[in-house]
Write a protein that binds this ligand. Structure first.
Ligand code: KG4
Ligand code: ZN
Length: 342
């Protein structure tokens, strides 16, 4: 029996979870959105303070939910980066102290690797190799995942990340932070008809006319701003622009995913990160992958955004491979490429 505690504290969610041979036993999450909303974005120092406040209560909560005792835990996995350095330090310090006190290993986990593995949480059948589309507020990457710990970057954004473009586009139309999910909801709810109700001319599909797997989303955001300024700036315009923006983004992502699969001759696509919760992305990728005999895997909605379950699971997989203890030094990395060691 192997039982791993996972701790996520890289940004504005405190997440703890317990994963064992029997699967996910418990998970608890505290989202700091209300703390940061007032400021229109994450305030690093406030994030660290909130993590400190919630780590212990959430730890108690998962122990209780899983009905286990401290001595049952075999290892503590924690997010060591990338992320906000103060926020990372709170989770890492908690993890190391607990591991030291219990005499068990602590395992440093790469936040993005954990995101990539989140789809496997509910579908352990999903095997390497696969192509991962990592789409979050900070990242937009196509990654070839050969095996645990062995990744290469196939494509990256040259400017804004997809989630960031969703958030910024929402903001410029007066939708409050973090507006990405709200923008998507508006886009899906748009009832207009392209010919009759006001609808902005089609948005550009950035970088599709060029070979390669890189992305660029800042131009789309500027395009949205121009269209918004010329519109009536009412609810209909907001929804219509959200719709046109989302269409352009998702179509671009889908075409690049197809290209990545044909380039690598891999037939499994795994979606990871907060934008993986986008319903239109799910629909379009399901359709386009089934047309090309590939399969697409998504994490459960609740595990697309930051959470402790993906960290516990990544730690569990590494423990099964006898990964060594990351030592007593409290080491975190705010910037940490997926392709390099801690
Ligand atoms: O992975 P995540 O929780 O945090 C990091 O960035 O690490 O992703 C958050 C991002 C935000 O930019 C948010 O606006 C976006 O994911 N997001 C969405 C949706 N839900 C969350 N973007 C588009 N459609 C959604 N339904
Ligand atoms: Zn994340």
């Amino acid at each position: 029996m192997m039982l791993v505690l996972g701790i996520e504290s890289s940004c504005d969610e405190t997440g703890l979870a317990l994963y064992s041979d029997e699967g996910l036993l418990a998970h608890a999450l505290y989202s700091q959105i209300d703390t940061h909303k007032l400021f229109g974005g994450v305030v690093p120092e406030l994030a660290s303070r909130d993590h400190i406040k919630y780590l212990v209560p959430l730890f108690d909560e998962v122990l209780k939910e899983a009905k286990i005792e401290l001595k049952d835990i075999d290892a503590v996995a924690y997010t060591a980066g990338p992320g906000l350095v103060g926020a990372l330090l709170t989770g890492a310090t908690f993890a190391k102290s607990l591991a030291y006190a219990l005499g068990i290993p602590s395992i440093a986990i790469h936040h993005l690797e954990a995101h990539i593995l989140a789809a496997k949480l509910d579908d352990p059948q999903l095997e390497f190799p696969f192509v991962a589309l990592l789409v979050s507020g900070g990242h937009t990457q196509l990654i070839e995942a050969r095996e645990l710990g062995a990744y290469s970057i196939l494509g990256d954004t040259l400017d804004d990340a997809v989630g960031e473009a969703f958030d910024k586009t929402a903001k410029l139309m007066g939708i409050s932070y973090p507006g990405g999910a709200m923008l998507a909801k508006l886009a899906d709810s748009w009832q207009g008809d392209y010919a009759h109700k006001w609808y902005p001319a089609s948005f550009p599909r950035p970088m599709l006319d060029r070979p390669g797997l890189n992305f660029s989303f800042s131009g789309l955001k500027t395009h949205a701003l121009n269209v918004w300024q010329k519109s009536a700036q009412d609810d209909n315009a907001r929804a219509a622009i959200a719709h046109a923006f989302q269409q352009a983004v998702i179509e671009t992502l889908s075409v690049k995913c197809q290209r990545a699969l044909s380039q690598t001759k891999i037939s499994r696509l795994v979606v990871a990160g907060g934008v993986g919760a986008n319903l239109f992305l799910r629909k379009v990728l399901h359709e386009s992958m089934s047309n090309s005999n590939a399969t697409v895997y998504f994490p459960k909605m609740q595990f697309c955004t930051d959470n402790g379950a993906m960290i516990a699971y990544a730690g569990y997989l590494y423990m099964k491979q006898n990964k060594k203890d990351s030592g007593l030094d409290i080491q975190v990395k705010s910037r940490w490429p997926l392709t390099s060691n801690l």
